[in-house]
Ligand binder design. Sequence first.
Ligand code: DX5
Ligand code: ZN
Length: 226
Amino acid sequence: MDNVTHNIILAPSLLAADFSIVGKQLAEIKEGGAEYIHLDVMDGLFVPNISFGTPVIKSLRKCTDLFFDVHLMIDRPERYINDYVGAGAQLITFHYEATENPRAVLEQIKAAGVGAAISVKPGTPVEVLSDLLPLCDMVLIMTVEPGFGGQKLMADMLPKVEWLAREREARGLDYDIQVDGGVGKGNAADCVKAGANVLVAGSSVMGQPDLRLAATEVLSAAKGIN
Ligand code: DX5
Ligand code: ZN
């Protein structure tokens, strides 16, 4: 519940963008107050969908100064950390379920000089992350099954967010808490109330006709401003 030192950050997801006008869209979400662009990398193995990889991220780096929040939904992410850092990632999230040694992957990301974050799928209890929390700059709670945008937020994932906020407080830790999947103006305040401060928004922002307005509305809802 302690978000005093954790600013609310909007992270629209590129997955819902129109790639033919992506530079313009990135400028619009920035005007609407977004600070991050959430980049969903899918390999067709860890999740049943394929999205994009380093070439896309590298060229986007030339047209925006938004913070690059890379969400790796790939098997054995340790194979690719340096490639994503080279492409412009500033924060890398990987999945606890995707590797045999999550601690080593967190250390590898930190050694590469960018933010390190870990995520759990809906079926994985958040408590498995307990020993890893001191190494995390951010923890991502999936509020849908990873793989596709446009799904409905699973409200029963919010207790995981509450647990992370309590652990942070009790242990004097300092990670951000991100939620991803089905987040929009109707539930952003619930996510923040549970303890989340980094909100991914795919269809609710990048999929809207007026991106600037949609970003502003989700941020206002998250901050409890009407
Ligand atoms: C799902 C991705 C999400 C997705 C969110 O696997 O991790 O980041 O883009 O899209 P929405 O906000 O539409 O659920
Ligand atoms: Zn994501």
